[in-house]
Ligand binder design. Sequence first.
Ligand code: ADP
Ligand code: MG
Length: 721
Amino acid sequence: MAILRFQALDVVNRRERVEVKYPSGKVSDYFGNHVFGLEEMQKILSATDFKKVESIIKEGKKIDIQTADAVAAGVKLWAMNKGANYYTHWFQPLTGSTAEKHDSFFDSLKNIEIFRGSALVQQEPDASSFPSGGMRSTFEARGYSAWDPSSHMFLIENTLCIPTIFVSYTGETLDYKTPLLKTIDVLDKVATKVCHLFDSSINRVFSTLGWEQEYFVIDRALYNARPDLMMTGRTVFGHHPARGQQLDDHYFGTISPRVLDFMKEFEIECHILGIPVKTRHNEVAPSQFEVAPMFEEMNLAVDHNQLLRDIMEKVALKHNLKVLFHEKPFAGVNGSGKHNNWSLSTDTGTNLLQPTNSARENLMFLTFFINVIKAVHEHSDLLRASIASYQNDFRLGANEAPPAIISIFIGQTLSKILDELETKGDIHIEKGENMYMKLGIDKIPEIILDNTDRNRTSPFAFTGNKFEFRAVGADANVSNPMMILNLIVADQLHSFYQTIEEKGELLEKEKRIAIIQVLREYIKSSKNIRFEGDGYSEEWKQEAKKRCLSNIKDTPQSLDFYITPKSIALFSKNNILSQREIQARHEIMLENYIKKAQIEARVIADICLNHIIPTAIAYHNTIITNALGIQELGINNTDMKQFVADISQQINFIRQQVQNMIQERKKVDALENHRDKAIAYCEHIKNKYFSAIRTSVDTLELVIDDEKWPLVKYRELLFLK
Ligand code: ADP
Ligand code: MG
C-alpha cells in the first residue's frame, strides 16, 4: 500500500491542466440549449396540442394518448436534431442517487426511429433492484415510472432524459419526487386561500428553493489510493495536517487552476442544461468549495441539484479530480452542508416572505412568516428527522455545524416586531433617530428592509426574504427535507385558515383584528423555538433542554419521528404518504443506516489488519533490530525501549479493539428488527469502536517513518492539486 501512496503522489506531481474552452457566444446564447422547455414545445407542437399540454402542466390533468403521441413525436424530432439516439426515464429512487435505463429510438424491425406517447408516459423499469421497504414482494417486483410533465425533459450525452416519478405495481410511491410534488400541490391550494384574505388577485402559490451546495475536490489518484474514501466517502483515519483551516486563508483565496478548469466545465454543462449556477467560491476548509444557482421553483430546483451532482462527478473525472459530497470527509476539518433557501412566491410575482412598505402586504408577510415559525415549532422533530442520515451525524453538532436541536433565528428587527405585536398587539419601531412609528392595531407599519443581521450558527434562519434551512447535508436529496417543510407549513396554514374562517363573515377591519389576534397567540405559543444566540455553544444545549427542545444526536432514534401517531396523521391527512408508505420509508432509512455502518466497520477492520498493523509491526521490528545493534555497542538506550513499547502498545490495542468489534458485530448482525439493529450499530459499533481505533491509528501515523506509512496523508489529500 505504501507503494500505492507514493505512486499516487508521483502521478499528482506530474498532472497537467485540462484546459476548458467556453462555447462560442454568450452564456445567454447557449443557456438551456439541451432543455425541452415550454418554448421549444411551442415551436414544435401544433397550437391545439401545445395548449393542451400547457393546461395539463398548469392544472395537473391527466394526459390523453393523442397528446402524448404528439409530444413524443415532437421531442424525438428535437432530440434527434441535437444528435440524440437514446431516451431514458430519469427518476429519483430512495437510494439517494438518480436512476436511468436507456432505450434506443431505433426500431430494427422497421428500420426507423420511433418514440411513442406510451413510452414517454410510462415505463416499467426492473424495480427489484430499488429499495421498497418491504412494500413489494419479489414475485411482484414491478414498478412504474411515469412522466412528470411539470419537469423539463433534457439531453445528456445523446440521451433524452424524461423526468418521471416512480411507483410500485400497487401504486405506492418508491421515490423522493412523488411526495414532494404532492406537498407542492397541497401548499399551493391552502396558501392561495390564505392569500385571498389579503389579495384576491393571487391564483397560485409555489415554494421556491435556492440551494447552496458545498463539496470537496481532491486528486483522483489520491482518492484511489485511500480505500476508506472509495468505500465510504470519508476518511476513517488520518491525522490533522500541521496546517488546517487555522489560518482562515482559504475562503477568499484564489482557486487552484485545475479546480478552476473543473468548475468552468461543469458550469458550462449546467448552463446548457438550464441550471442557473451563479456563484462559485472557496469554502472555509482547504479544498472545500461551494456552488449555488439562482433560486427556482421547488420541483425544478430539486431536479437541478440532483443533476448538478451527477454532472460534477462526471466532469471531475475528466479533470482527474474526485468530488466529495460526503458531509464529513475529513475529521477536524469543516464538513459540507447544503443550505436550502426556501420561500413562497405567487403567480403575481410576490415573494410572500418579503417585507414591504405597504401595510396590507406587511400583514400578509407577517401571516406567512409567523405561520412558518409556528409550523417549525409544532413539527421541529419531524424537521430534525428529515435531515437525519448516517453521514450527517458526523457533521451536525461538530464545531462548525448547527447542532441537532432545531431552532429559528429571525434577527433583531423582526424579534422586536414580534415582541411588540405579542405584548401590545401593536407595533412600534424605532430606528436611528429619524424613524419612529407607532401605529394602531389595524395598521401594520413599514418593516425596515435592511434586516441584514446574520447568524451562521442557526439551523433555520430568516435571511431577509426567505428562510435558510442549514442543517441539510451536502449529500442529501433535498426532496425529503423540502417535502417535510412544505407539508408542515401547509398543515399549519390550513389550521390558521380554519380558525379565521370559523369567525364567520367579517368586515375588512374586523378581519385584520382577527388575524392579528391569531398571530399573537401563535407568537406566544411558538416562542420556545426562537433563539438568537450562538447555536454552537454549550449554553444553548442547556437552555434548549430547559425549553424541552429535543436534541437527538443519532439518526436511528431521530427517525422515530417519522412514525409517531402525530406524523402519520400529518402525512395521511394531507394525502402525502399512507401509513404503509411512511413505515416502508422508515425501514429503508434504517436499512440504509445499517448498511453504511456495516461498510465502515468492515473498512476499518480491513485497513487495520491488512495495512496498519503489518506496517507498524515491520517498523517496530526495524527499531528493535537497530536498538539491539546499539546495545551490542554497549549503549543502553531506555528512550528507544520506551518507543518500542509505545508502538507495541498501540498495535496491541488496535488488534484487540478490532477483534472485539468483529465479535460484537456478529451479535449485532444477528438482530432482526431494523431499529434495534441500527441503534446497536450506532451505540455498540460506531460510538464504541470507531474513534477509539482511530485515535490509535492516528497516533501511529505520527511516529511511524513517513516512507512506510500506507495511507495518503491529510496534507497530501487536502493540499496537493
Ligand atoms: P445572501 O444570503 O448571501 O445575501 P442572496 O440573498 O442572494 O445571498 O441568496 C442566497 C441564496 O438564497 C441564493 O442561493 C439564492 O438563490 C437564494 N434565494 C434568494 N431569494 C430566494 C427566494 N425567494 N427563494 C428561495 N431562495 C432564494
Ligand atoms: Mg454557505
